[in-house]
Design a protein around this ligand. Structure first.
Ligand code: ATP
Length: 221
């Protein structure tokens, strides 16, 4: 079941991330994009071994389990485990090549502004723009951060992404969300995590598996 009806072309959203842990900001952004853009669905791609940032705090298996809990009840979302099946660093360019071969729809790579500004440091990043469009999602505090180099690729409406297979960019400003996994990890370590930032089932998983605790807190309890 693809959700695509005859004559209504759609994009396939690709939402990569470390998801350490997944938070309500991720889910809310995906929901807002599904409503605003011509997307058939969004595939979340958890990075098994993210190459462009410090090693995650939670292991790949736990991050995947939390993502499954967060997305379980929504059929518009799927999880692709392709990066768990490969050896070595989880390069997005390799993932997009796999998804491009598997799916007919043009790909729309979803990136928060913080991730987007670091794109030129990613492995074979120019090739990424040959495999997918980019949907850039604003984040609080980064509203003015759009780099000049992307401007020639920007389109005014998301429908314009359907006119070609890759290489265009759309800036999505409608859903700036305050959640951040870095802030969550810090709060969880301090024992002050805002549970409202975590999707249903995730707080219980974190508690049951003792994730994100400061070692000294464990020692004290
Ligand atoms: P960290 O703080 O550990 O970097 P994060 O909250 O940015 O984590 P990631 O798993 O790194 O979460 O993010 C995956 C993708 O989701 C990235 O493209 C990121 O920019 C985007 N994203 C995360 N949180 C938000 C948010 N609140 N609003 C918009 N985009 C977001």
């Amino acid at each position: 079941m693809t959700g695509i009806s005859a004559g209504s072309a759609r994009l396939l959203g690709v939402f990569g991330g470390t998801f350490d842990p997944v938070h309500c900001g991720h889910v809310a952004v995906a929901d807002a994009l599904m409503r605003a853009l011509p997307l058939s669905r969004i595939i979340f791609v958890p990075a098994a071994r993210p190459p462009h940032r410090p090693a995650p705090t939670a292991c790949a298996r736990d991050r995947l389990a939390m993502l499954r809990l967060a997305l379980a009840s929504d059929r518009r979302f799927a999880i692709d485990e392709t990066e768990y099946e490969r050896e070595g660093p989880s390069y997005m360019v390799d993932t997009l090549a796999v998804l491009r071969a598997r799916h007919k729809e043009p790909l729309a790579l979803i990136l928060g502004m913080d991730a987007f500004v670091s794109l030129p440091a990613w492995h074979r990043w120019r090739r990424i723009l040959g495999l997918a469009h980019v949907v850039i999602v604003s984040r609080p505090g980064l509203e003015g951060a759009l780099p000049e180099w992307i401007r020639p690729r920007l389109v005014e409406t998301p429908e314009a992404l359907l006119e070609t297979g890759s290489g265009r960019a759309f800036l999505f400003t409608a859903s700036a969300r305050p959640e951040s996994a870095t802030a969550l990890r810090q709060a969880l370590a301090d024992g002050t995590a805002p549970v409202a930032w975590l999707p249903d089932g995730v707080p219980d998983y974190i508690e049951a598996h003792g994730l994100y605790r400061r070692a000294s807190r464990n020692d004290e309890s």
